[in-house]
Design a protein around this ligand. Structure first.
Ligand SMILES: Cc1cc2nc3c(=O)[nH]c(=O)nc-3n(C[C@H](O)[C@H](O)[C@H](O)COP(=O)(O)O)c2cc1C
Length: 355
C-alpha cells in the first residue's frame, strides 16, 4: 500500500479510525492499564480487549466485566468475544452494544478442548455452514460493526481463511484480521504473507488486517507491500516497543525518519505502566502482574539479568521504585535491536491451545 493510501482514513462502519496501525490483543498484557499508557504515545488506530467468554459476559461475571472495562481515553476499542453458542454470542454482542462498545470482534482462533468440542473457537474454521450462519446471525443482531480475527486455517491442508473472509464479507462483517499462521503452526515458523495476500484477494472491499511478527516499521511496511492489507495488527512488537505505532505513522504515512525512543522515555513508560496497574488493581496484584512483564522490560531497557530477576520476584512498590532508581543511574542504552529467533515475551506451552 502506498503512503497516499495509508493516509486515507479507514472506517469500520461509521467509526473513523485514527490510523491503520492496530494493537493486536495479547490476553493478560494489552489490558486497560497498558492501553491507557500506550495510547498517549500516539499513532494507535484501534485496540482490542482480551478475548472474553460470551456466556460469562451475559452472566455478568466479575472477570468478564473486568476485561471489558474501559475509559473515554481508551478509544477506539473493540471487545473480543468467543463462545460456542450462537444465541449467547448474539446476546453478548447486544449487551456490549447497549454498553456503548464501538466494535465487536469474534475470536475464531481459540482451540481449547472444551470449546473445540462444542464447535467453537478455531474449530469454527472446520465447520463451514454452521460458522457462516453464526456470523450472519451475529452481524444481524447488532448495529455496531462486527469484525472477525482468525488464523489462515486449521493446518496447511485446510487453508480456509480466504473462503471464510469472502463469506463473512457477504454477511456484513466490517473487517477481518488474519494472523498469518495456521492453528497447527502455533507460533513457530514465520508468518505466511502470501497466505494473507490470498485472503486480501478473496474479498471485494472489506479491510483485511495483516497480523504476525511485526517488530519494526520495516516489518509493517513489508506486511502492507506484500499482502495489500488495509491495516496491520501489532501484538508482541508493541510490548517491546509501544512507540511502534507512532513510528509507523511517521515513517510510512508521512515519510519522516523513525525516531527511536530514548532510554528515559522507556523507563518512564515502565513506571507509568506499573503505576497504572497499581491504580487499577492495587499494589499486590500490580506486582504479580508486573512480574510477567520482566522479560519484556528487561529486554527493552537492556538491564542486567540480576535486575531482571528482581522484577520477576517483585513483591512491593518499594522494591519496584528501588529498582527504577538503579536503572536510571545506569548509562543510557539504545533501543534493543530486533531479534527474530525468539519471541519477545514468554509464551506458555498452552498459548497455542488458546489462540
Ligand atoms: C500472550 C498472548 C496472548 C494472546 N491473546 C490473544 C487474544 O486474547 N485474542 C486473540 O485473538 N489473539 C491473541 N493472541 C494472538 C495475537 O493477537 C497475535 O495474533 C499473535 O501474537 C501474532 O501477532 P504478533 O506477532 O504481532 O504478536 C495472543 C498472543 C499471545 C502471545
Amino acid at each position: 500500500m502506498s503512503p497516499s493510501n495509508l493516509q486515507q482514513p479507514l472506517r469500520l462502519g461509521n467509526l473513523a479510525l485514527p490510523s491503520r496501525f492496530f494493537l493486536a490483543p495479547l490476553a493478560g498484557y494489552t489490558n486497560l492499564p497498558f492501553r491507557l499508557v500506550a495510547r498517549p504515545l500516539g499513532g494507535l488506530g484501534l485496540a482490542t480487549t482480551d478475548l472474553v467468554n460470551a456466556r460469562s459476559l451475559i452472566e455478568k461475571r466479575r472477570q468478564a466485566l473486568e476485561l471489558i472495562e474501559t475509559r473515554p481515553d481508551d478509544q477506539p476499542l473493540a471487545v473480543q468475544i468467543f463462545g460456542t453458542v450462537k444465541e449467547e454470542l448474539c446476546a453478548a454482542a447486544q449487551l456490549l452494544q447497549s454498553l456503548g462498545v464501538s466494535v465487536v470482534d469474534l475470536n475464531m482462533g481459540c482451540p481449547v478442548h472444551k470449546v473445540v468440542r462444542g464447535g467453537g473457537g478455531s474449530a469454527m474454521m472446520r465447520e463451514t455452514t454452521k460458522t457462516v450462519a453464526l456470523v450472519h446471525a451475529l452481524v444481524e443482531s447488532v448495529k455496531i460493526p462486527v469484525t472477525v480475527k482468525m488464523r489462515l486455517g486449521w493446518d496447511d491442508a485446510n487453508i480456509s481463511a480466504p473462503f471464510f473472509a469472502r463469506e463473512f464479507e457477504q454477511a456484513g462483517v466490517a473487517a477481518v484480521t488474519i494472523h498469518g499462521r495456521t492453528r497447527a503452526q502455533g507460533f513457530s515458523g514465520s508468518v505466511n504473507r502470501p497466505g494473507i495476500r490470498a485472503v486480501v484477494e478473496a474479498v471485494e472491499r472489506i479491510p483485511i488486517v495483516g497480523n504476525g511478527d511485526i517488530r519494526t516499521v520495516e516489518d509493517a511496511r513489508m506486511m502492507f507491500a506484500e499482502t495489500g492489507c488495509a491495516a496491520v495488527g501489532i501484538g508482541r512488537g508493541a510490548l517491546l516497543n509501544p512507540w511502534i505505532f507512532r513510528q509507523c505513522n511517521a515513517s510510512l504515512v508521512r515519510g519522516e525518519p523513525v525516531v527511536p525512543s530514548s532510554y528515559e522515555e522507556r523507563i518512564d513508560f515502565m513506571v507509568s505502566h506499573y503505576e497504572m496497574l497499581q491504580n487499577f488493581r492495587g499494589e499486590r496484584v500490580a506486582c504479580i502482574q508486573f512480574r510477567k512483564m520482566s522479560r519484556w522490560y528487561g529486554r527493552s531497557l537492556r538491564i542486567p539479568k540480576a535486575m531482571q530477576h528482581r522484577l520477576v520476584m517483585l513483591k512491593d512498590a518499594a522494591g519496584f521504585y528501588g529498582l527504577v532508581a538503579e536503572v536510571r543511574a545506569m548509562p543510557p542504552r539504545p533501543e534493543a535491536p530486533p531479534v527474530r529467533s525468539e519471541p519477545r515475551i514468554p509464551i506458555s506451552s498452552k498459548a497455542n491451545e488458546r489462540w
